[in-house]
Ligand binder design. Structure first.
Ligand SMILES: [Zn+2]
Ligand SMILES: [Zn+2]
Length: 586
């Protein structure tokens, strides 16, 4: 069997990793990348015995079939498939059957490959934990390789710690230590291994709906009226399409959609659908007896119907990878298929080429942006905003996720090179400064990481000052800058914070001497930048005032009454608590 270039690269990455490391490794491959071919190649070239584990019997069967098609022999251990053989060099097994086995799981394998490994749960006495414990006892040097298309889960976060591109995803332990290879879905399209997608976003998709009075304008996905219009639209389009896959937000939503589609041509699959019914529905859909297939977050992985040429997304998601998974269902190559139409009625608005951020989207119009670290040069992917020229306007990154070498024992007298260990770069784009030691802390930190003193909790602080006389709290909705003068006649900049009702607090910063400019930068600029950590060139006071849009406003500004007027004593950013924030003016 001829391997595609990226499949060869993936196999090489595995060999290279396990030659030097024992730690569990991960391959991230979108559906359509041919991961069963990669599994088969690894199993073929492995010197020791290989166990391929999955959680569903369909995948056990599929992976085994591809392996046999390569002219190889292997056993199947899956009660669901009626086969319990585990003596060949290569064994394909379902996790349930293996966990329940008394002897099969105690054999010595040199490598375990876990397909759809985002399902791995190593907590407590889970089936995976039982099996891994038994396998490790049988061979303490057993190596673990995971394969998935979705390494980030909204409920559990990243399933690995470090990416081969030098990104730290999590400081906490995860089932996999290294992601050693990742193939973005966009590259598979570029290389023509997948069909291109024609994505029509929410606003435009809703315009395709018939205009009936004002109702179609106040379009929301949750409203029954909108669902009716969307279904009518899909039915109208359907004669031109072979297979239509619809993603619903909930079981109730799925049922509502189903009730508005021609009953003889449509079916619904949810997590509650019995496996026999599910199989029958999928077979009818593949045989084109059904044109519409509605599903509630079950057909995002491991489901393969190449004839799908229309995808309708009626659910929102915060995960770029999950969105790409949904679209990916329609990108398999099929005869006569030139592209897949994707109607994103929910207006998710992600690109197929964007990487996963791993954080909930902070604003509805946020996009994935590249943010280089000024300290280590690592390119971070954060939520943010770019202008039409691709210039960064804003980002929400906190700390650089780059991995940098830490040299231990720099002063040691050993001749051999100092041992290096990779650690997260310590540059912070946004931070909370410790008032005592000036260390930069994460904006959510409770105690200073350097001196351990408690840090200001914005919620507590707000509660406190609201009780005090002679304090004013501004629910800030914007800021403006203007040129001013100090009493001495020196040039100055006025910063004014506004609330929703016209109340304001302001502060004047001298801008004549280097010391004054430094203080302005320290006290105002660095905390208020929308895109911190990026090159900033403001040549004079005029330039600063004309570029007020570079600065974000705090959520709350606290002022204290002095003899001469109000003095700003606190700007509270990134507030999370019970007080309502102003609707942002930007
Ligand atoms: Zn960095
Ligand atoms: Zn401190």
């Amino acid at each position: 069997m001829q391997l595609r270039p990226y499949q060869k690269d993936a196999v090489s990455a595995v060999i290279k990793h396990f030659r030097h490391h024992q730690s569990p490794a991960l391959l991230v491959l979108p559906t359509g990348a041919g991961k069963s071919v990669i599994i088969a190649e690894l199993a073929r070239i492995a010197r020791g015995r290989v166990l391929v584990l999955t959680h569903v019997q369909e995948l056990v069967e599929q992976n085994h079939a591809k392996f046999v098609a390569m002219g190889q022999q292997a056993d199947i251990y899956s009660a669901g498939l009626g086969l319990k053989q585990a003596s060949a060099k290569v064994v394909f097994a379902s996790i349930q059957s293996l966990a329940a086995s008394t002897d099969a799981k105690h054999q010595a394998f040199s490598m375990v490959v876990v397909d759809e490994c985002h399902r791995i749960n190593l907590d407590g006495d889970s089936q995976y934990k039982q099996v891994f414990d038994a396998l490790t006892t049988a061979n303490p040097k057993v190596k673990t390789l995971g394969l998935t298309a979705t390494p980030y889960r909204l409920d559990k976060g990243w399933i690995y710690q470090k990416h081969a591109n030098g990104t730290l995803r999590s400081a906490e332990p995860k089932p996999f230590e290294h992601c050693i290879f990742e193939l973005p879905i966009g590259q598979l399209i570029k290389q023509k291994f997948l069909t291109p997608a024609n994505i029509v976003d929410g606003a435009v998709a809703s315009l395709l709906l018939p205009a009936e009075g004002e109702e179609s304008e106040s379009f929301t996905i949750a409203q029954g009226r909108a669902t009716t219009l969307i279904c009518e639209h899909l039915v109208r389009l359907s004669p031109d399409f072979n297979g239509i896959l619809i993603f619903a937000a909930s079981v109730a939503h799925g049922n509502e959609i189903l009730s508005r589609l021609p009953s003889e041509e449509a079916a619904l699959i949810t997590g509650e659908t019995k496996s026999r019914d599910r199989e029958a529905i999928i077979n009818d859909f593949k045989a084109k007896k059904l044109k519409f297939l509605v599903n509630v977050s079950v057909l995002t992985t491991g489901f393969d119907a190449p004839h799908i040429d229309l995808i309708a997304i009626l659910r929102r998601t915060d995960s770029v990878a999950l969105y790409q998974q949904m679209v990916g269902r329609g990108l398999r190559l099929a005869d006569g298929k030139e592209e897949c139409l994707v109607l994103d009625y929910a207006g998710n608005g992600y690109s197929l080429f964007a990487p996963e951020v791993g954080e909930p989207k902070p604003k509805s119009d946020s996009q994935v942006v590249d943010v280089p670290c000024p300290k280590c040069g690592h390119t971070n992917h954060f939520w943010g905003k770019m202008d039409e020229n691709g210039c960064l306007l804003e980002h929400f990154g906190r700390r650089c996720q780059g991995l940098v070498d830490q040299f231990d024992d720099l002063d040691s007298e050993e001749v051999s090179p100092p041992s290096t260990q990779q650690q997260q770069c310590d540059f912070r784009f946004r931070f909370k400064e410790c008032p005592d030691c000036l260390a930069e802390n994460d904006i959510a930190a409770r105690n200073c990481h350097q001196c351990n003193k408690p840090l200001v909790d914005p919620d507590k602080r707000l509660k406190e000052v609201l009780k005090l006389k002679d304090y004013m709290v501004l629910r800030c909705s914007g800021l403006s800058l203007s040129l001013s003068q100090l009493k001495s006649g020196q040039e100055a900049i006025n910063v004014t914070w506004h609330d929703e009702d016209g109340a304001e607090l302001s502060q004047r910063y001298g801008f004549a001497t280097p010391g004054q400019k430094g203080a302005f930068y320290h006290n105002f600029v660095r905390m208020h930048l929308k895109a911190p950590g990026q090159p900033l060139r403001l040549k004079d006071a005029n330039d600063v005032v004309n570029n007020a849009n570079l600065f974000r406003h705090p959520d709350f500004v606290v002022g204290r009454k002095e003899k001469w007027g109000w003095k700003v004593i606190d700007c509270l950013f990134d507030y999370q608590g019970r007080y309502r924030k102003a609707d942002s003016a930007y």
